[in-house]
Design a protein around this ligand. Structure first.
Ligand SMILES: [Zn+2]
Length: 113
């Protein structure tokens, strides 16, 4: 049942914040065709659930983390509207982590029998 344990709501990322396995962060950017690109990033900074929205139309935009270097990581989206591959850099320290309970993130590697 739900409601047995109250999970803390985290609205921002602080230096001492503990990021648990079940937490995710949302990142977003814009394509050159004006589509809004969004993705969910898990604790290991893997991008999942990439989507793009343009003029009210929403579609899947495959998102991948392509590089992680000291202090930042890069995410690429394949825009479903114009076909561009959009590469953007993000800083992990700027991410706002929250519980993923409202987001259907399923990692096959962590789903047991
Ligand atoms: Zn585009």
């Amino acid at each position: 049942m739900f409601g047995l344990y109250e999970k803390p709501r985290v609205s921002g990322h602080g230096p001492g914040q503990e990021v648990t396995q079940s937490m995710v962060a949302h990142i977003h950017s814009a394509c050159e065709c004006q589509a809004r690109l969004e993705a969910v990033v898990d604790r290991d900074l893997r991008a999942t659930l990439g989507t793009a929205t343009l003029r009210g139309q929403r579609d899947t935009a495959p998102a991948l983390r392509v590089l992680r270097t000291e202090g930042r990581f890069d995410v690429s989206w394949t825009c479903p509207f114009c076909g561009r591959v959009v590469l953007r850099s993000f800083s992990p320290s700027g991410l706002a982590w929250q519980e993923s309970s409202n987001t259907s993130v399923v990692d096959p590697a962590t789903v047991g029998p």
